[in-house]
Design a protein. Sequence first.
Length: 599
Amino acid sequence: MHDDAALHPTVSVIIPALNEAENLPHVLSRIPKWVDEVILIPGPSTDGTAEVAMQLMPDIRIVEQEGKGKGAALRCGMRAATGDILVLLDADGSTDPHEIPAFVGALLTGADYAKGSRFLQGGGTVDMTWLRQLGNGALMVLTNILFKTRYSDITYGYNAVWREHAECMALNIDNWAMEVISNIRVARQGLRVVEVASFEHLRIGGEAKLATFSAGWMILTAIVREWFEIPKRRAIQNAATVSANNSVHTSPAAEQARSLSNRRSDVTTSDLSIVICAYTEQRWDDLNAAIASMLHQTQTPREIIVVIDHNAKLLERARAAFEGIALVTLIENAGEQGLSGARNSGIAASTGKVIAFIDEDAEAAPDWLDKMAGCYTDASVMGVGGSITPLWLTGKPAWFPDEFNWVVGCTYRGLPTRPAPIRNLIGCNMSLRREVFDEAGNFRIGRVGTLSVGLENDDTEMCIRAQKHFPDRIFLYDPSVRAVNHRVPASRKAFKYFAKRCLSEGISKARLSSMVGSQKGLSSERSYVIQTLPQGVLRGLAEALRGDLSGVGRALGIVAGLSITVVGFCMGKIMPKPKKTMPARSPLTVPNSQMTQIN
């Protein structure tokens, strides 16, 4: 097989559509143009679903359904598909076709099966009542316990799979439970499963095919039945072509695409410009450590740009200290004071295809640059973020919950533990392609200094704005792209700082939702509040029962942090709305007098 074919496998989108004629104009129009094949299974529709589909998309394939139920429809569509990759999409508008690149990207970067999740950072739902949330959580916990999986969402049917692995799914089940049991079977058969953050929208029109209680009972009985059939299924597998070590035959297209994705990239480390912003002499030692970590990378960056934010003494000291160091360029912030202005000055001065940002009080792991560049293998990736490990200079408070590590700018419990698309990047450790800034504009002016109340989400707003300009592209979070030793001083251990930061975050989220809309602005926060925080409270109480009394403090910390954030959000809603001004798309011009090349 030619390398180009492996890097660009064909994609089939499969849509079961029982009486969904009124929803098809919205759904079919949003499918990316590069999809090779769209298959519709109308089943026994009586509203002209097939006819409407052919009018809207003349080259759509209509497949006749054998058997009754959504599982039967998916089985017929999957077996009729010719693409290397199969994407399973609902016809009611609840699953967004604009997310297809994220699912395909997960497969191209090593997954065998891409599982949609509404409860990862970047996902969300507006179509789930509290009763459905409770039922979904219970079924998820039961599945993870019985089958030793680690799913965050078990009942969501937006998935993608390499066609060669389709038979590993529960194709023998005709009803809706097929989607749930497929998640169990692909995991038990050793396939590499990656969850992809996804947002569930409201059904556009028509009626849901299942009621909450009947759907829950159907899934519960299917899970229990699957559990009791494990011994029988294991015996069959041992005698089949799947070997005893759970290895699964992989097609040449899938395997070559993975190997090529691991060794080929349109971005190399020499294409990355590094931007480090600094504003205070109090972090002088931290700044030196950050620059040193860049100079000691396993690969060499294109340039290291240090931006001094309106501090003449710091600028003078930096010029004296960094003279003679190769790769380092020192500039002043030519824009408005603050982190956003400093970043924008760094963008203007940079020359690389990708601009990477790391805070001056953090260090990069030695392979940071290499890992960062490797994430740009897929052209659909427009930005990359990585993990941030805190260094508590005087020890972490026992009451401080991991779910609130974002308070100190670090990776928090609830972020993906494996590479996955997310809604937004964390500013301390992120990179974006230059074309994103060229098209969507630079950062809006946000935080000045350590904390500016209500101005904490300039990177989030930037990512949401970029997504509007590039709906078919993704931001990728890879925890192996590590920023380490993000220093947390003693002043940030106090509950006073914790409370102030939570209040500011609430105000910022309110302003963000006013600027970009609550659906996009709060999509990740909904799943974080519904899924991550309740689990954290229960975890803390369970730890207390096992003898770690500080678990009570962590549980109370979660409750307090959420409560204060909600108060801040309410305050932000009644404050004057921020102006929706777009930053200039043309980069700032940095005067030559403000730029110092040190080499």
